[in-house]
Design a protein around this ligand. Structure first.
Ligand code: ZN
Ligand code: ZN
Ligand code: ZN
Length: 105
């Protein structure tokens, strides 16, 4: 199992902040190379400023599907139509509102 830090509340990476049926991905932060379920978890527990992934780093595996525990690249995630390409679990489409907190646009 890949370790996910922050305020995780179950084994599919849901956290205190985002815990709907669809909130099953975690993101590895560039600043510390650790997985967190969301930016609020990172902000409240990491004690440093977060950094975003640059466009030329989007082939790096930094997205974790909490259902099947597979790591996806940022490109794979963006091309997934909000479904895990491995186990077909549905991802929360509202995450796109927060992309700027994780990825350079
Ligand atoms: Zn960090
Ligand atoms: Zn959180
Ligand atoms: Zn999956």
């Amino acid at each position: 199992m890949i370790e996910v830090k922050g305020k995780v509340i179950d084994d599919q990476t849901r956290c205190e902040h985002y815990h709907s049926l669809l909130d099953v991905i975690a993101i590895k932060f560039k600043c510390c190379n650790e997985y967190y379920p969301c930016y609020e978890c990172h902000e409240e527990t990491a004690n440093h400023k977060s950094e975003v992934w640059k466009k030329d780093e989007w082939n790096t595996k930094v997205i974790l599907c909490g259902v099947c525990n597979t790591e996806l690249t940022i490109n794979e995630y963006f091309n997934s139509s909000n479904h895990c390409p491995h186990c077909n679990a549905a991802f929360n489409p509202n995450c796109s509102r927060h992309y700027h907190l994780y990825f350079e646009k």
